[in-house]
Design a protein around this ligand. Sequence first.
Ligand code: HEC
Ligand code: HEC
Ligand code: HEC
Ligand code: HEC
Length: 423
Amino acid sequence: MKKQQIGACVLAFFVIVGTACKKDPPPQPDVVDAGTHATLTPAVPAGNGAHGKELVLSFQCNRCHDGTGHPAADSGKHCVHCHEDIIEGRFKAPEASMTRWIPRVKDIQYAPSLTAMDKRVTRAFIEDYLLQPSPHFRPGLVQSMPRLALTVADARDIAAYLHPEADAPKVAAQPGDKVADLDLGRKVLDGKGCGSCHTMTGTAALVVSPIPVTLAQKDFAKAKALAPDLRFTRDRTTAASVSTWLKSPKAMKSDSVMPDIPLTDAEIAAATAYIMKADVAALQPKLVPARLPVLTRKVTYEEVDKKVFHRTCWHCHSEPDYAIGDGGPGNSGGLGFKPRGLNLVSYEGMTAGMVDDKGERSSVFAKEKDETPVMVRALINRYAEEAGGPTGEHRGMPLGYPALSLEEIQLVESWIAQGRPRG
Ligand code: HEC
Ligand code: HEC
Ligand code: HEC
Ligand code: HEC
């Protein structure tokens, strides 16, 4: 129990930094979700699903996700399909460009489909995750679910659209409840190919056993990339949902990329119990690291552009003339963001700054009270977001992607501190 409490506290840290971890939470009774025992948690307030459906379109979730209930965005706009087209050789571009691009987009060619979200996770999970998409629970994907400019009401409405039915109240375990065999559960995970795709952080590494069904290499690669870390499943869904899933993923989610794996009822019950209840080591809390001191050697625009701006940023802060009018979500707008007009492709573009909330141009090098330039603040804020903190005044950059390394941030900060030399 002690171990579980620490786990819960650290997990809460990811959701709301600080508040939940200040003092020990009161001991919680074990919860199961079968039957109709006493209610422990109140239902989440209802949202407006019809409005949620509109928001899914206006925030352009269909540029990455299938299964949104809206047609996929055009391939020329679709973040996942365009990257996939490049990898599959369907994209029309000179061969030299393709060779350069393929390794860059390799890790950003998949996003999970949102089909049957209502059966697979709780509504509360969807609502929380939209506001603070952390932790990153698909180790096979580069983190890229963006932190969108959604209000609490927006997130609630989208959750009500994707998950029309309110969550069933959690119920306390009763003395008569059947105790599942956790050892057998672990054997299923180790012996039925689960470890070929899944991890379960906080337990001994899963054995990589052969998957008992045949899968094409391409389908396997996709499934491995999209397989969630089973450590987080207990925070996303219920035991009832997991056991229905294990009977037949395809029956629950028509476009599931996890194959149906034949299991007996006893194996399903045991595997479910292990996933939901096995002791797991506490997660290492993510912290916002201290910045490195500015460099004393000279940093040129060429160096910082090559290592940071052209490497990571330009794609969303692009040159509209060059990219058929679409300068990316950080320039022309998109994913629900207003056009900020921030072009990070050229020295001139960068020094022209961005359009602020009042509609006026402001410098991204302007200093905050503590002398930190806005651009550096945005890069540091990405660490705070990854640690589960709320979105700061300056949204974490690169939007939704892993934070830059401290050395890369140091390079940007040093270049700005040296007066942004051009040569
Ligand atoms: C730029 C691409 C992108 C956009 C735009 C985007 N998402 Fe995502 N989303 C992702 C990726 C990638 C993941 C998987 C992240 C992970 O597992 O760490 C994800 C995960 C999710 C999940 C969890 C799904 C699951 O099965 O675990 C939900 C729910 C979700 N997104 C909803 C939305 C909604 C609603 C919108 C629009 C308001 C949206 N997303 C916009 C890329 C995107
Ligand atoms: C029309 C095709 C196309 C579309 C649409 C597209 N991309 Fe890309 N993306 C590319 C290409 C090509 C590259 C490689 C560019 C390079 O390396 O010079 C790339 C690279 C990237 C990178 C850089 C990866 C790295 O190595 O750092 C990110 C991030 C990215 N894309 C995100 C997105 C997001 C988010 C969207 C949707 C808002 C999107 N892309 C839409 C074609 C596309
Ligand atoms: C070929 C790869 C693969 C294998 C093998 C596999 N899974 Fe999965 N599993 C996935 C993918 C991918 C998903 C996400 C499905 C989706 O979103 O379409 C998933 C989802 C799940 C989920 C839901 C988790 C969550 O947090 O949403 C559970 C539970 C699960 N798998 C358990 C198992 C067990 C137990 C086994 C072994 C009997 C297994 N899986 C074998 C790929 C795999
Ligand atoms: C996936 C797309 C994406 C990537 C990659 C990205 N940005 Fe952004 N950026 C945006 C969007 C969208 C906004 C507008 C955010 C808003 O309006 O709150 C923005 C805004 C900004 C701002 C203004 C922040 C503020 O609120 O004052 C800065 C500075 C910035 N980006 C710098 C960068 C840098 C530097 C990189 C590369 C390390 C980068 N961005 C990578 C999409 C992106």
